[in-house]
Design a protein around this ligand. Structure first.
Ligand code: ADP
Ligand code: ADP
Length: 228
């Protein structure tokens, strides 16, 4: 599903953020990405959803070579990769319904399908009654559930989540994790960077630890392994 071969990323200012990562993530895996701040986790994940290109190396997601991919083909790939951020990133002036529908409009899905599928994912995240609200009228946890609904609306093969519970209290974080687990159970590969030690140590999954731009640990049913 995700394959990286000797991937390096040096930013224009000379920062070596990722230094030779090689790994494979299979279909339907749930992977936690852990490591200290500044270790290169975000950069690593940005390359998986093609927000950044590697300086060197190869990346394949769902069989597509992300390094040689032409810019104009990007929307077709983004369709297969859903992304979730710590700060939700909903469009503030659009309703909840419109925020989710927008992700389908971008890929030019038929109008009737957009309505049906948007309501379906709202049902899945249990926020159907908020369809007409604005993001600012929702709590942080609700906004993150909407961001998850938006990420899955096009049935992606992979979800990339960069500290999705970083702004949420422990109970709400738990709910988000349960939701991501359910989505994983339904067949979506999930890669999630997190600093939530308790969560990693409770929901035992594959854990990949990154330090100084390199993979220093990769364990099935691993643990968090840091004290922060
Ligand atoms: P993490 O997500 O583990 O905190 P990042 O991938 O954000 O790590 O950062 C890895 C390193 O790359 C850090 O030294 C950071 O300051 C640097 N970095 C991140 N983004 C950029 C950028 N756009 N330009 C230059 N350096 C960057
Ligand atoms: P197009 O589809 O228009 O041919 P590309 O997707 O090939 O464009 O490239 C888009 C932009 O990214 C271009 O400005 C190109 O120079 C730049 N680019 C291409 N490959 C890399 C790379 N490995 N690292 C950084 N930038 C790149």
């Amino acid at each position: 599903m995700i394959e990286m071969q000797d991937v390096w990323k040096t930013y224009p200012d000379g920062t070596h953020a990722v230094r030779g990562i090689t790994l494979k993530v299979d279909r339907n895996e749930f992977v936690y990405i852990v490591g200290p701040s500044g270790a290169g986790k975000s950069t690593f994940m940005k390359m998986v959803y093609r927000e950044e290109r590697p300086t060197k190396g190869q990346i394949f997601v769902n069989g597509v070579n992300l390094v040689s991919l032409k810019q104009r083909k990007l929307p077709y790939v983004r369709r297969h990769i859903g992304v979730i951020f710590q700060d939700f990133r909903l469009l503030p002036k659009l309703t909840i319904f419109e925020n989710i529908a927008f992700a389908m409009e971008v890929i030019e899905a038929p109008k009737r399908l957009i309505k049906k599928r948007t309501m379906e994912v709202l049902e899945l995240v249990k926020l159907k009654d908020k369809a007409g609200s604005l993001p600012s009228q929702l709590s942080g946890g609700e906004q993150q559930r909407i961001a998850i609904a938006r990420a899955i609306v096009n049935n992606p093969a992979v979800i990339i989540a960069d500290e999705p519970t970083g702004n949420l209290d422990p109970d709400t974080s738990w709910g988000i994790m349960k939701l991501l687990e359910e989505i994983n159970f339904r067949g979506t590969t999930i890669m999630m960077a997190t600093h939530n030690k308790e969560m990693v140590n409770t929901f035992r999954k594959r854990v990949i630890a990154i330090e100084k731009g390199m993979v220093v640990r990769d364990e099935l049913r691993g643990e968090y392994g840091y004290e922060d």
